[in-house]
Ligand binder design. Structure first.
Ligand SMILES: N[C@@H](CCC(=O)N[C@@H](CS)C(=O)NCC(=O)O)C(=O)O
Length: 200
């Protein structure tokens, strides 16, 4: 299989983490895609131009980190991050989707800050920065939930990737002044799969 990524993408990082966690490195070739480039050859492979994108052994391509992580996790029929009980566990699901929402906002901030300075929207930056702070407050109160502990689902991985992306892109340390989130993040950052996929 081929997994198309960029090394700065938080979404592609989630797929790369699952490849490591599920010991799929021999089966999945990681390929760097050229995104956001007019005429990129990658658009012939994935017309949306987004990463991550997985092409399976029969040549069928699927996009979106949510689908790709679920697919990779289930290859051995022993999903560790997509348990059947989570599928209807609303207490867990609301945390997973809150983490996705936080990650989406941080990705928007990252895209905006990557533009030339005269093309950036201060309104968008301020809006996403405030959202990230509110979401960090929310998770300060929820990271002690049993379902937020390592290897119980996608929610902890998404939140940890979001927080590290914010730090890397200059949005700041969202764990500062939030002791529970800081302690939780320290243990998440020690995971080999997090360390081996840290953005350049
Ligand atoms: N919902 C998608 C989001 C993927 C996404 O937005 N990827 C960004 C990188 S962080 C991308 O490929 N952008 C290139 C583009 O918009 O052309 C997922 O979870 O995979």
């Amino acid at each position: 299989m081929k997994l198309y990524v960029t090394y700065g993408s938080p979404y592609a990082r989630l797929a790369r983490i699952i490849v490591i966690e599920k010991a799929l490195e021999d089966r999945v070739q990681i390929i760097e895609a050229k995104t956001r480039t007019p005429g990129s050859p990658y658009y012939q492979i994935n017309p949306s131009g987004r990463v991550p994108y997985l092409v399976d052994d029969s040549g069928v391509g699927i996009e979106d980190s949510q689908l790709i992580c679920s697919y990779l996790d289930r290859l051995d029929c022993k999903p560790r991050f997509h348990s059947a009980s989570h599928a209807s566990d609303w207490a867990y699901l609301r945390l997973e989707f809150a983490a996705r929402s936080m990650c989406d906002g941080i990705a928007v901030w990252g895209r905006e800050i990557a533009r030339p300075e005269n093309e950036r929207s201060p309104t968008t930056l301020a809006h996403e920065s405030a959202r990230a702070q509110r979401m960090a407050d929310f998770f300060e109160d929820h990271v002690t939930d049993p379902t937020m502990q390592v290897a119980t689902g996608m929610a902890p991985l998404i939140l940890a990737v979001a927080i590290e992306t914010a730090l890397k892109r200059g949005l700041g340390d969202l764990t500062a002044g939030r002791p529970q989130l800081a302690a939780w993040m320290r243990s998440m950052s020690e995971l080999p799969s997090m360390q081996r996929t840290a953005p350049p």
